[in-house]
Design a protein around this ligand. Sequence first.
Ligand code: B12
Length: 116
Amino acid sequence: MFILRPLLAASAPKQGKMVIGTVKGDIHDIGKNLVGMMMEGAGIDLIDLGINNAVEKYLDAIEQHQPDIVGMSALLTTTMPYMKAARRSTGNSARPSAPMPIGAMWRWRSRPPRIS
Ligand code: B12
């Protein structure tokens, strides 16, 4: 990943900005990192907040970077309610129209939960 990331990022024309992070209470980040790398490969400037992010971290990053996309990641089912709260808060922030994809293993492998 360390080797591929800069190569992918250099190969595509720039086309937007994304804030991505794993939500509070969750330290899983392999999937987030893969998604981030793919986004960079598609020409997206990535602001990676890392793991265990409180809502305030997303809000600060949205205000500071004005992203086109905000992505949240979580693998623990226990973080589902927090994703919901974070999504509501960030949806009311500076860029309410920014798409907000969420990613989580439980989301892909079972019936999609109701987040919003
Ligand atoms: C690796 C792993 C860990 C590593 C994490 C290392 C790291 N740096 O991430 C370590 C060992 C630290 C770990 C810890 C724990 N883990 Co763990 N872990 C896993 C494991 C084996 C693999 C997850 C993984 O990386 N998959 C590979 C990546 C590529 O897939 P992915 O994350 O799903 O990502 C894809 C999609 O979800 C999506 N995606 C992800 N993020 C995003 C974001 C956006 C914006 C988008 C669009 C898409 C997207 O795209 C990705 C690429 O396809 C899973 C079991 C499994 N087989 O899945 C358990 C699992 C997730 N862990 C689990 C648990 C319980 C824990 C612990 C609580 C264990 C403990 N008692 O301490 C702790 C968590 C502590 C915490 N507070 O977070 C459970 C969760 C159960 C549940 N239903 O909640 C699982 C399912 C294991 C199990 N069967 O019990 N874990």
